[in-house]
Design a binder for this molecule. Structure first.
Ligand SMILES: Cc1cc2nc3c(=O)[nH]c(=O)nc-3n(C[C@H](O)[C@H](O)[C@H](O)COP(=O)(O)O)c2cc1C
Length: 314
């Protein structure tokens, strides 16, 4: 029997056709799945806003519950330096056509929408957005009951993204959540654990003179109004501490929070002192027995405000 003649042209054309078919299939899948990915990222971010607001029960809450509860929040864009809300006209002038679609993290890549922090960059974010997206929950009288503030800063291995919620005094921390980071499971990633996050609730952000008065200590070094760090994760703790202090500070949300406090006629001295605080001692033990499981989600949105023209995020 004679051997079939090799036909290079045929082989190459079959290989090329296969490559073409595969690349069309992969591209179609990527394009087709994009809306679902965007929707999942939005759901995850909204869920984490509710976690920081103490309005999410992982044992029972469904995606529908998240969507329904998230409607309690007004989405606002604020000018970080002035601490004021942007109304629809100001948003247009600022080049933000849609408040719901605004992504402050993305804005840091745009020179017109952000400022270089230079050497004054404790959170390690490089550039600060001029405008931030915040989530405000009003009480029945239309007064802010809580605000959820997006926060981000460099940990040990990469940028950590999260949300910090303040109570109506714009001082007491209600809750915190982290939804994207690159810290190590079992070490830095333990910042996601409910037990560690619970230590933030009830802590005051500022002293009576308006100086930021909280942060993360090195594990086992309790300090009044600070949260005890996680053993073996000092560097992640330092990153979280720096980001909290940056975002609560003059470069972050302080002008806005001062403004809200002024509008409500409250002062920092009015904040209730919660003596049941400082749970770090009793929680230290349970934390060390706990193992982290979760790692990051690909959501990158920095958050943060003008009273009229409120918008609800879908
Ligand atoms: C593979 C590996 C992963 C680590 N991941 C983290 C981490 O996510 N966060 C962190 O703060 N330290 C991490 N560390 C430890 C740091 O290098 C450093 O030793 C630690 O932050 C010191 O914390 P300690 O003073 O509480 O022991 C990691 C170390 C190794 C070897």
């Amino acid at each position: 029997m004679s051997k079939p003649k090799s036909n290079n042209a045929k082989t190459i054309s079959v290989a090329l056709t296969l490559c073409l078919v595969c690349s069309v299939l992969v591209s179609a899948a990527a394009v087709g799945l994009k809306p679902a990915q965007v929707e999942n990222a939005r759901l995850d971010r909204n869920k984490n806003i509710l976690v920081a607001a103490g309005m999410f029960n992982p044992a029972t809450d469904t995606n529908e519950d998240v969507a329904e509860r998230f409607k309690d929040f007004e989405v606002e864009i604020i000018d970080l330096n002035k601490g004021t809300y942007l109304d629809d006209d100001a948003l247009k002038t600022a080049g933000i056509p849609d408040r719901n679609a605004y992504d402050a993290s993305q804005a840091t890549k745009n020179k017109a929408l952000s400022e270089d922090l230079g050497s004054n960059d404790p959170a390690g974010i490089g550039r600060k957005p001029k405008y931030a997206k915040v989530y405000v929950k009003n009480d029945d009288a239309g007064q802010p009951e809580m605000v959820v503030l997006p926060i981000q800063g460099y940990g040990l291995w990469g940028t950590i993204y999260g949300f910090l919620t303040l109570e109506s005094d714009m001082n007491t921390i209600k809750g915190i959540s982290f939804y994207e980071h690159k810290e190590t499971p079992g070490l830095g990633a333990r910042i996601e654990e409910p037990e560690w996050r619970a230590m933030w609730s009830g802590i005051h952000s500022y002293d009576e003179n308006g100086a930021v008065a909280t942060g993360v200590t090195k594990a086992g070094n309790p300090k009044e109004n600070w949260v005890d760090g996680i053993s073996g994760a000092t560097l992640t703790g330092r990153g979280v501490s720096n980001m909290i202090q940056f975002w609560l500070g003059e470069q972050g949300y302080k002008p806005y929070l001062d403004q809200l406090r002024k509008e409500s006629g409250k002062t920092l001295a009015d904040s209730e002192v919660k003596t049941s605080q400082s749970p770090y001692k009793k929680l230290g033990q349970s934390l060390n027995q706990h193992q982290t499981h979760k790692q990051t989600h690909p959501v990158t949105e920095l958050v943060a405000v003008v009273p009229a023209a409120h918008g609800k995020e879908a």
